[in-house]
Design a protein around this ligand. Structure first.
Ligand code: 5AD
Ligand code: SF4
Length: 476
């Protein structure tokens, strides 16, 4: 399971949209959030921290130090619920120890496993205080606040519009911020739980997205990644009642002063329309990196997966994107060992990877997800074969990633300095192509975009120096 490195930010002093900035004196309680899964969960965790800040919670670094532990779960692959229950068992033991010492611990579960399990989780793990689904977490404060008063403890309601309208606005932002613009999915790929856990597709109104982006920029963001399970299906309402596509949204965002970089993820090939492709040619702030999952290179498997396109149509989308933006770097998701996948099907996937050339990619063994149509398909592939195919695919993808990274050596790239480096005097950031870059640079460059000449490509990141002699002391 891909575990996102949660970008934790201290959350204090958050106020609801439009409220006065003086907060009632709240006792400082500690909150530990563990985030599993995708960037959307990272965004949700940050927003839940904003909600809980209104109850006086500040984030801390460990469950041991916390008054409330919140697990924000992912259901997309593997034995998510079993892993969650063992994590909950550990927290239960911690709570018993702490209660013995008169220092109670609250436990809350959010995210897609919470959605899928709902009341069942309260039965299997009755010590869990609160269970909240991805569309109901704006109510987390009420649920936690109601504990001990026979309040409600489970909320897995669905309307995403209610949630966004009720979340407090952000009070802090990282230089590279996430912004959820779309949630849910109507595609129903036969392997995927998202349409069931996140519900039907919902796009936030255009003006709400623009207001949130302006707010993030006013708090120091220079880059915004627009998030959605099927982000390029975005079709938010405009004030005039019309529909705004993702391409139009990107253009409107690019007009915001100091918003220098725009990204979006995750896209479905069928929703990659001409306008969005043209935006890659016409909007300099739109970064030349697209995550465009294909899952398989075999048409037979694509049909069985209900992906709604053939491999050649995917190639056509990639060609159009590269015609619009010749330096575009691609990332993808792949599933190996989908039911019925033969050696020939898998070879077609390798062939497609050879032809497309990826800068980065994720690959997974097919994992049967309860409730999805693919579970019932005949010809499930053995674990051994899945493991062999995954190893072969990973080897090829890794070669491509390293070749792409090496091709940047000697180039000068703009890097958004968004975190500390590996040692004092170094900062870390991302290139336009999403590569991690380490640079010797003074701390005052944090949050700025610097021109960096790439000097080497390591296994996981690039290293470079500031262009134009703006070097740190040891390099001068
Ligand atoms: N098994 C394996 N991988 C899956 N994904 C989604 N569902 C499954 C599953 N059942 C992968 C897809 C998707 C990514 C987010 O997770 O590749 O694009
Ligand atoms: Fe899942 Fe993506 Fe398919 Fe939607 S498009 S069902 S989120 S894999």
């Amino acid at each position: 399971m891909r575990v996102a490195a949660a970008r934790r930010r201290p959350v204090q002093d958050c106020v609801p949209a439009g409220a006065e900035t003086t907060l009632p004196e709240a006792p400082h309680k500690k909150l530990f959030i563990k985030t599993y899964g995708c960037q959307m969960n990272v965004y949700d965790s940050d927003r839940m921290a904003d909600v809980l800040a209104l109850q006086g919670y500040e984030q801390c670094d460990s469950p041991e130090a916390a008054d409330l532990v919140l697990l924000n779960t992912c259901h997309i692959r593997e034995k998510a619920s079993e892993k969650l229950y063992s994590e909950l068992g550990r927290l239960h033991a911690l709570r018993r120890e702490r209660r013995g010492a008169g220092n109670d611990l609250r436990i809350a579960v959010a995210g897609c496993v919470a959605q899928a399990e709902g009341e069942e989780m309260r039965r299997r793990a009755p010590y869990v205080d609160v269970v909240v689904g991805p569309q109901a977490y704006h109510r987390l404060g009420d649920l936690i606040g109601g504990l001990g008063k026979e309040g409600e403890r489970v909320d897995t309601e669905f309307p995403a519009d209610t949630k966004f309208a009720q979340l407090p606005q952000q009070e802090r932002s990282a230089p590279a911020a996430f912004l959820t613009v779309q949630e849910g999915c109507d595609k129903f790929c036969t392997f995927c739980v998202v349409p069931y856990t996140r519900g039907a597709e919902y796009s936030r109104p255009m003006d709400d997205v623009l207001a949130e982006a302006r707010r993030l920029v006013s708090l120091g963001a220079r880059e915004v990644t627009l998030l959605g399970q099927n982000v390029n299906a975005y079709h938010g309402t405009r004030a005039d009642g019309g529909r705004c596509s993702l391409g139009e949204l990107v253009r409107r965002l690019a007009d915001i002063p100091r918003l220098d970089r725009i990204r979006y993820t995750t896209s479905h090939p069928c929703d990659m329309d001409e306008d969005l492709i043209r935006a890659h040619a016409e909007v300099p702030a739109l970064m030349p990196f697209v995550h465009l999952p294909v899952q398989s290179g075999s048409d037979r498997i694509l049909v069985a997966m209900n992906r709604r396109h053939r491999a050649d149509e995917y190639r056509g989308v990639v060609d159009a994107l590269r015609a619009a933006r010749p330096d575009l770097a691609l990332s993808g998701d792949f599933i190996v060992g989908f039911p019925g996948e033969t050696d020939a099907d898998f070879t077609a996937t390798l062939q497609l990877v050879h032809e497309v050339g990826y800068a980065h990619a994720y690959s997974f063994k097919y994992s049967p997800r309860p409730g999805t149509p693919a579970v019932a398909l005949a010809d499930q592939v053995s674990e051994t074969v899945k493991a062999e195919r995954l190893a072969a695919l990973n080897e090829l993808l890794e070669e491509q990633r390293m070749a792409f990274d090496r091709s940047q050596v000697g180039r000068t790239l703009s890097v958004l300095m968004e975190r500390n480096g590996r040692y004092a005097g170094q900062l870390g950031g991302r290139s336009p192509y999403m590569q991690a870059v380490h640079v010797d640079a003074p701390a005052e460059l944090f949050g700025t975009i610097a021109e960096v000449t790439i000097t080497s490509a390591g296994p996981n990141s690039l290293t470079g120096h500031l262009k134009d002699g703006q070097r740190s002391a040891d390099a001068a």
